[in-house]
Write a protein that binds this ligand. Structure first.
Ligand code: ZN
Length: 323
């Protein structure tokens, strides 16, 4: 992993911890404002505790130390009584970390890396690597005028695109509360698939949702080379792909068919992501018939699960010829 990405992730964790701590401090301030008595008891406990340390260090008579200890215990009991009597919500004192597994440290108590690490990695890597494209191609810069009003076959292409644009914006704004998490966009080259995918990637990333975007070709190639190296990298990469919140696969159908490997891996990814209820957004140049010829029934059943997938067919003229 390049050093700078690693450093960015560490900074991200530091920021998240700081945010959680500050949010907790704000809640505590409000709580003490509402319960001044609780604050004064707490302040007294901490000031007496400081005194106790001093007395102990100065080797003062044990009787004096014991007396102070008793006073502190009484105050603690009083504090607890106040909390119970007034039904005080003490959750303010527990910082709410984004990842409760690792408290935004990236490390689990047993020292292993937390699963949120790969989300941050994906988000940071994705964000820095593709920023230039995403700055150009996003919902704000989406110009419906590049689409002809009517396609050669007579379908109202611009109107269809306007409709699709607003549906996809809704999807991005409301994710994960969407009726169907998966999107399959098919259409010939130049009908705006990749532009649409860029818009979706940008809008989701802007909302802080981890997105990994890969071409099908690259995804399968990289997995395959790790697979034949027999390295643990294969498991890690497969896990990263399966577990990211949103996986975008460009140009399904362009990947190389490495005997059973491609089919099995593709099925495993789609199936695992369905199981985890994570979103998979796919673009392809192939039509349904071509997909059927290329993929097994079980892959097709994952791709075209109408319960979980929005299948979108882009038709019409090649807009690149109009630009
Ligand atoms: Zn974590």
């Amino acid at each position: 992993m390049p050093e700078d990405v690693y450093m960015l992730i560490q900074n991200k964790y530091r920021d998240l911890q700081k945010q959680a701590k500050e949010a907790s401090d704000r809640k505590i301030a409000i709580l003490y404002h509402d319960h001044p008595q609780l604050k004064s008891i707490t302040d007294e406990i901490s000031s007496l505790s400081g005194e106790l340390i001093k007395l102990t260090l100065k080797r003062q008579p044990q009787s004096q130390i014991d007396e102070l200890k008793t006073r502190i215990d009484e105050l603690k009991a009083l504090r607890q009584q106040y909390i119970t009597d007034n039904n005080v919500d003490m959750s303010a004192f527990v910082p709410q970390y984004l990842c409760p597994e690792c408290n935004d440290t990236g490390k689990l108590p047993n020292g292993t890396r937390c699963s949120c690490f790969s989300d941050h990695y994906a988000q940071i890597k994705f964000g820095t690597a593709d920023m230039s494209i995403l700055r150009r191609e996003n919902f704000e810069s989406f110009d419906l005028n590049v689409f002809p009003e009517k396609a050669p076959n007579g379908t109202p292409q611009r109107e269809q695109m306007a409709h699709l644009k607003s549906a996809m914006e809704d999807y991005c704004n409301t994710y994960p509360e969407v009726a169907k998490k998966n999107i399959l966009i098919s259409g010939k080259t130049g009908t705006g698939k990749s532009f649409l995918l860029n818009c979706i990637a940008k809008a989701l990333s802007d909302r802080g949702i981890p997105v990994i975007r890969l071409s099908a070709y690259k995804m399968i190639n990289e997995l395959f080379s790790k697979y034949i190296d027999d390295s643990t990298d294969f498991d890690a990469e497969l896990e990263r792909i399966c577990e990211t919140e949103v996986l975008m696969i460009d140009d399904l159908g362009t990947e190389l068919m490495k005997e059973n490997f491609t089919h099995n891996t593709l099925y495993y990814i789609l199936d695992r992501r369905a199981e985890l209820a994570k979103a998979t957004v796919i673009s392809t140049n192939l039509n349904v018939k071509q997909l059927e010829d290329k993929y097994s029934d079980r892959i097709m059943s994952r791709l075209f699960n109408t319960r979980t997938t929005n299948a979108i067919q882009l038709s019409g003229a090649d807009i690149r010829l109009r630009r």
